[in-house]
Design a binder for this molecule. Structure first.
Ligand code: PFF
Length: 451
């Protein structure tokens, strides 16, 4: 179904789609979350389960979400309405799009605050961390969290960066920014890896991440890895569906999604290896938690050769990764406003960014002035994080799996996904059975029934 506004934009070619979608997938999840989760979840056991989840659940769902977007040729809500109509199913399947748009906007609000920390640290890194010890670095981080103006200022700056890009349009803004930022990101990862090999303890990092220890596998590790597979591939939040809707017919969804998955996983593993090589070379603690790249790593930057340069490069890398992901969180709601209500693109982007910015202020204040405001024992930041990444994401993923696996007509699925024979049956079977069961397990864990 075509959109009310007529001709839709499309990516210049399939490489552009791969680049922008990898840009969405590769973000704070890869360079901030993945390393600290690996560190706190026993290293190699977590990495192994994470890889299994990415291949077994993540990739099939990435393909399914891209397929629905391209079939629907519209924003997430109208795309779902269109594919549901084609399948002779109820209009309520649009709820997948609504969950996505709401979820993406809420993720954007706190993602931007965390990205703001990274911008702050990028500036700090230019002055160097030398002479600072563990206590001082802890004070710097707690000082940042305690300062509402600094948090809101950086959050606003980050939101503005995104607004500027997304206003530029699908090819003129999003594609163009990714074409500059993503190659730069790949180059910086390789430089850091080179540094890790040449000057840090890469063998220790490889041992930590890949030396298989079956006894370290446990239910919480499996569930953490599954949840993270969702987050890192940007699944269920309409971002992939919207980007998929700008993909030309005739491009292989299987092949492009495979490249995107490989890029996302590759960057997570290489960033993890580089970070742990530095952490181990300096005798630091890998299980430091969320502060790993903000408190532990600067300690290493303070002591190691070329630390100032490596530190700046590192935080520029994380900023770029966060930027290309945040862009993809703005596009679902933007395309919805433009196509459903015929609002101009500039006004739509401004409205989406304003709402996320406004909610983000509450997130920033939840670290200081409003830290006592709690619901279900969670402050505003934790509440939004739990609601989106632990509830809305798996819920949308479950509905996508059920729709693509059970509701959509098989010939339409085959035509759009471009698979036949055993390959089709394997993918379809995974989406029908494995994904729903796995997601139900995550869900039951989150609401406290298992785990
Ligand atoms: N995949 C991004 C990351 O790993 O940081 C986060 C993300 C982006 C989640 C876009 C969801 C989304 F729609």
């Amino acid at each position: 179904m075509s959109s009310p506004s007529g001709a839709r934009a499309h990516w210049s070619n399939r490489w552009a789609f791969i680049l922008v979608t990898a840009g969405s997938a590769i973000g704070l999840g890869n360079i901030w979350k993945f390393p600290y989760m690996t560190g706190t979840n026993g290293g190699s056991a977590f990495v192994l389960i994470y890889l299994a989840c990415i291949i077994g659940i993540g990739l099939p769902l990435l393909m399914a979400e891209t397929m629905l977007g391209r079939r629907g040729q519209s924003n997430p809500v109208d795309a779902m309405r269109s594919v549901a109509e084609e399948a002779g199913a109820g209009r309520w399947w649009q709820v997948i799009g609504i969950i996505g748009i709401l979820g993406a906007s809420l993720i954007l609000s706190f993602y931007s605050v965390v990205a703001g920390w990274i911008l702050d640290y990028t500036v700090l890194a230019t002055q160097g961390f030398s002479g600072l010890g563990k206590a001082e670095l802890e004070n710097i981080f707690t000082g940042l969290l305690a300062d509402p103006w600094r948090l809101v200022g950086w959050h606003s700056a980050f939101m503005l960066l995104n607004l500027i890009v997304v206003i530029g349009g699908v090819t003129g803004g999003i594609e163009r920014a990714n074409k500059i930022l993503m190659p730069a990101l790949f180059a910086i990862v390789l430089l850091l890896l080179g540094y890790g090999i040449a000057a840090a303890d890469m063998p220790a990092a490889i041992r930590f991440m890949f030396h298989f220890e079956p006894q370290a596998i446990s239910a919480p590790v499996i569930l953490a890895a599954m949840g993270h597979a969702f987050f890192t591939l940007s699944l269920g939040m309409g971002a992939i569906m919207t980007y998929g809707s700008y993909l030309e017919r005739g491009t292989s969804i299987t092949r492009t999604c495979l490249y995107i998955m490989l890029a996302d996983t590759g960057i997570a593993l290489l960033a993890g290896l580089s970070i742990f090589a530095i952490v181990f070379a300096q005798g630091l603690e890998p299980a430091a938690g969320p502060g790993l790249i903000l408190q532990t790593l600067p300690l290493a930057f303070a002591q190691m050769p070329l630390g100032k340069l490596v530190g700046v490069l590192f935080f520029v890398l994380v900023s770029f990764a966060a930027w290309t992901s945040a862009i993809s969180l703005i596009e679902p709601a933007t395309s919805f406003l433009v196509e459903r209500f015929a609002i101009g693109r500039k006004a739509a982007v401004a409205a989406v960014c304003f709402v996320a910015w406004f909610i983000g202020i509450a997130v920033a204040l939840s670290f200081n002035l409003w830290s006592e405001i709690k619901l279900f024992g969670l402050n505003i930041f934790d509440l939004l994080d739990t609601l989106t990444t632990k509830m809305l994401m798996p819920l949308a993923g479950l509905l996508i799996a059920l729709f693509a696996g059970w509701v959509m007509k098989r010939p339409h699925v085959m035509e759009e996904i471009g698979l036949t024979g055993g390959a089709f049956r394997f993918w379809h079977g995974t989406v029908r059975y494995v994904s729903p069961v796995a997601i139900m397990l995550i869900f039951l864990n989150v609401i406290g029934v298992i785990g």
